[in-house]
Design a protein around this ligand. Structure first.
Ligand code: ADP
Ligand code: ZN
Length: 511
C-alpha cells in the first residue's frame, strides 16, 4: 500500500477485508462512495499469484482505473466492447502469458465462451464484482447480465470472490447475496455516516426566499440541485441577479459549455453550481461547503449521493433541503407515467416513500438516514435540524386512535373528508344519509381543528396504517392495532410550515 499507492494507513475496514480475501474467503463490502473500495481488491490482486478479474458495469470507470494503475506501473487492462479488435487481441495475449495483474471486464464479456475458455487457462487470484447493486432487478441501476454473475461461483469454485457496492439498503443487500451466490460471504460495512455534514430539511411554498436566506449564511462554494432544466436556468439567472457567481449545469447544455462551467466551479471562479442531478458524477472537489436541494429527491440513495458531495475534506458542511408538496405529486406522476413494469413502479414508489418519511422525521435525521442503510447510530447526532432545534410536537396518539375508529365504525368505506366530518360532528347531508350521526365516534373530535385532522390522516396514510381501497374508502391495516390499543404513541410536528420561524408552537392537550 505504501510503496505502490503511497498511503500511510488503511481506512478501516480495508485492512480486515484485505486479510479476509488473502485468506481465500468470500466477502460482501458495503462502503459509501469515496470510501476506498478499489484498494480492497487491488491490494490482494498485487499480493496473490495470478490475475485478478474485476467486473465493472461502466467502460469509462474501467478505463480510468486502468490508467491510474498503469501510472503506478501495475500491468492492468480492460476488456470491453469499446476496445478495438487489435487491443482485445493484445489483452488476450498478455492475459494468456500471465503478464496482467488486474483485468477489468464487462459483465457480458466475461460470460462469453471465448473469454471463459481463456480465463480457465490462467491462474485467477480473485474475482471482484464492483457496483454489485446492479443485480437489483427493480433498482435504478439494474444490469441484467449481473444476475448471471452467480455462475462464477461454479465456474471458479476455488477463487475468492468479493462483491462491492455503495448502495446498502437491506433489500439490495439481500438481493446481492442471493443473485451472486454469496450467501455465506462475510459482510463488511464501513459506516455511511458523514458526521461533518449537517442535515436540514424544510417544507414550504417559496423555495427561492428560503434559498436566499440559506445562502446568506453560507461561505464557500456549493451546489444547488433542481429537478428540471428549466428550474436550473431560472434559478441560476435569479442568483446571478442577486450578485452570486452562479452557473447552470444540465444535460441540455452543449458539452463545451458544461465542461467550461464545471472547470469554473472546480477552480472557484464560480461559487455556485445550479444543476440537475446530471452534475456531480465523478466530480472530485473536496471543499464543497454546501449542497442545497430545491426539490425533493426521488430516493434516500439519491439524496445521500448528492449530499455526499459536500464536505469531502472533512470540514463542516451543510446539506439543506427545501421541498413542496407539488414535488411529491410531480415525482409520483413521473413514476406512474414512466411506462415501467408494475414491480418497478412499486419499488420506486417505496423509495420515494422512504425519502418522505425522512423529511417527516421528528427525531434525529441521521439516525433515520443511517437506519435506512441498515446502520444503527446509538445516540441522536446533535448535528441535524431536529437535534439542534427539536421541533415542537404534539401528542397525536389519541387523535390517531379516534381517526382509526371512525374509519372502522363507519364500515371502512369513507374517505378522509367524510371521516373528518364525522369526527367534528358535522351534520352534513351525507352524514345524515349514512346515519353516521348515530355512531359513537360522531363529534368526539370537535376540539381539534380540521387542519390538524388533515395532518393526522396524512400521517396515517403515509405510514400505511390506513390504506386506500381500490373501490374507495380507507381500510385499516393490521399495523394500526397498537395505536388502537394505545400501545403506540404518535408525535406530530406542531408547526407544519417549518420555514416560518416566527410561528409559535401551539400547545394542545386532550385533558
Ligand atoms: P470508492 O470506489 O469506494 O468510491 P475509491 O476506491 O475510488 O473509492 O477511493 C476513493 C479515494 O480515496 C481515492 O482518491 C483513493 O485514492 C483514496 N483512498 C483509498 N484508500 C485510501 C487510504 N487507505 N488512504 C488514503 N487514501 C485512500
Ligand atoms: Zn440528529
Amino acid at each position: 500500500m505504501h510503496k505502490v499507492f503511497g498511503y500511510s494507513d488503511f481506512r478501516p475496514p480495508q485492512d480486515i477485508i484485505i486479510a479476509h480475501l488473502l485468506a481465500g474467503k468470500d466477502a460482501l463490502v458495503l462502503m459509501p462512495t469515496g470510501g476506498g473500495k478499489s484498494l480492497c481488491y487491488q491490494i490482494p490482486a498485487l499480493t496473490l499469484p495470478g490475475t485478478a478479474v474485476i467486473i465493472s458495469p461502466l467502460i469509462a470507470l474501467m478505463d480510468d482505473q486502468v490508467q491510474a494503475l498503469r501510472r503506478r506501473k501495475i500491468p492492468a487492462a480492460a476488456l470491453h466492447s469499446a476496445a478495438s479488435p487489435a487491443q482485445q487481441e493484445e489483452i488476450e495475449r498478455a492475459l494468456g502469458a500471465g503478464e496482467l495483474r488486474i483485468l477489468y471486464c464487462a459483465p457480458e464479456r466475461i460470460l462469453q465462451e471465448r473469454t471463459l475458455r481463456l480465463l480457465r487457462t490462467v491462474p485467477i487470484s480473485l474475482l471482484a464484482i464492483d457496483e454489485a447493486h446492479c443485480v437489483a432487478q427493480w433498482g435504478p441501476h439494474f444490469r441484467p447480465e449481473y444476475r448471471q454473475m452467480g455462475r462464477l461461483r461454479t465456474l471458479f469454485p476455488r477463487v475468492p470472490r468479493v462483491a462491492l457496492t455503495a448502495t446498502a439498503d437491506l433489500a439490495s443487500r439481500q438481493e446481492i447475496r442471493e443473485s451472486l451466490a454469496l450467501a455465506e460471504a462475510q459482510i463488511f460495512v464501513q459506516s455511511f455516516d458523514r458526521p461533518n455534514i449537517r442535515y436540514r430539511m424544510q417544507q414550504g411554498s417559496s423555495g427561492r426566499e428560503a434559498l436566499a436566506e440559506f445562502l446568506r449564511q453560507q461561505r464557500g462554494s456549493g451546489i444547488v440541485y433542481c429537478l428540471s432544466r428549466r428550474k436550473v436556468e431560472d434559478t441560476a439567472s435569479w442568483l446571478q441577479g442577486l450578485g452570486y457567481r452562479a452557473l447552470p449545469y444540465h444535460a441540455g447544455l452543449s458539452a463545451e459549455l458544461r465542461s467550461a462551467h464545471q472547470r469554473d466551479f472546480l477552480s472557484n471562479r464560480a461559487q455556485i453550481m445550479v444543476a440537475t442531478i446530471a452534475f456531480g458524477m465523478g466530480i472530485d472537489k473536496a471543499d464543497v461547503r454546501f449542497v442545497a436541494h430545491l426539490n425533493l429527491p426521488k430516493s434516500i440513495e439519491a439524496y445521500y449521493q448528492e449530499t455526499g458531495r459536500a464536505g469531502r475534506d472533512g470540514q463542516a458542511a451543510e446539506a439543506w433541503l427545501h421541498y413542496g408538496l407539488q414535488d411529491l405529486l410531480l415525482l409520483r406522476q413521473m413514476i406512474q407515467q414512466s411506462g415501467a413494469a408494475p414491480e418497478q413502479q412499486q419499488s420506486e414508489e417505496e423509495r420515494l416513500q422512504a425519502m418522505l418519511d425522512l423529511t417527516e422525521e421528528v427525531g434525529c435525521r441521521r439516525q433515520r438516514l443511517l437506519g435506512y442503510f441498515g446502520e444503527t447510530l446509538a445516540h441522536p447526532c446533535g448535528n441535524c435540524d431536529n437535534c439542534l432545534r427539536p421541533p415542537p410536537l404534539w401528542d397525536a396518539s389519541e387523535a390517531a386512535q379516534m381517526a382509526l375508529s371512525a374509519a372502522y365504525r363507519s364500515g371502512q368505506r369513507c374517505g378522509v373528508q367524510h371521516l373528518i366530518d364525522i369526527l367534528l360532528g358535522r351534520d352534513t347531508s351525507r352524514v345524515r344519509q349514512a346515519q353516521h350521526h348515530r355512531l359513537p365516534v360522531f363529534g368526539i373530535g370537535h376540539k381539534l381543528p380540521p387542519r390538524d385532522w388533515q395532518q393526522v390522516f396524512r400521517h396515517l396514510l403515509a405510514r400505511g396504517y390506513l390504506q386506500p381501497h381500490p373501490q374507495g374508502g380507507l381500510v385499516l391495516h393490521g399495523s394500526s392495532r397498537p395505536i388502537l390499543r394505545k400501545e403506540q404513541r404518535i408525535w406530530l410536528r406542531a408547526v407544519e410550515a417549518v420555514s416560518s420561524c416566527s410561528a409559535k408552537p401551539r400547545k394542545r392537550s386532550w385533558s
